[in-house]
Ligand binder design. Sequence first.
Ligand SMILES: Cc1cc2nc3c(=O)[nH]c(=O)nc-3n(C[C@H](O)[C@H](O)[C@H](O)COP(=O)(O)O)c2cc1C
Length: 211
Amino acid sequence: MKIVESLKWRYATKKFDPNKKLTPIQVDGILQVLNLTPTSYGLQPLKFLRIVNPEIREELVSASWNQRQVTDASDLIVICIENRFTEEDVDQFINRTASKRNEDAKTPRYDSFKKMLMKIVDWSKDDYQNWARKQAYIALGNLMTACAVEQIDACPMEGFDAKKYDEILGLDKLDLSSVLVCPIGFRSEDDRNSQLAKIRKEHHEIVIEIN
Ligand SMILES: Cc1cc2nc3c(=O)[nH]c(=O)nc-3n(C[C@H](O)[C@H](O)[C@H](O)COP(=O)(O)O)c2cc1C
């Protein structure tokens, strides 16, 4: 399969070429990929930040274990969760769904759907945020795969101080928390990591077939 070749081509890029930039079409496509990420019930408790300002990106380096990908990559994506989930969010989701599907939101079917989704509103803050974080990782996976298919380099990153990111980016005011960072762009010709052999378990170590 072609996608296997693409996934063998990709690697966590350590050194980006700062002169190589994504085209506006690539940027738009990547942002669409993020929005198209499937989430539990389709609730999308996420926001995707694209950090354009170079001074802010420079400030983020020290909050990223000094990983320079944050400034050198063409684009910097920060995947955030929304800090809370409210009845208003449920209503908005239900109204959007009904409207897009030319249905009436005031039906017993939608009422029971709302009742089910209201259980998430009642979860503890920790339970809600843990669930939302899982959705963030789905977006990261989707982003990595899409980048590979489009021959765009990327580096998934958990190696950053989320509290410092939240401060620098003013996320408190937006009621968001940063979860994952992903610089995307094009590898530098002298990134040694591009030459390293890919390390993965053998097929029999990772796949179990139950007949
Ligand atoms: C969730 C996640 C967090 C990661 N965080 C970092 C990071 O902070 N810095 C980094 O250089 N690589 C990071 N990596 C890259 C992994 O080290 C890399 O994906 C792994 O070693 C497999 O190598 P490959 O992606 O080149 O195939 C992260 C990967 C994932 C999936």
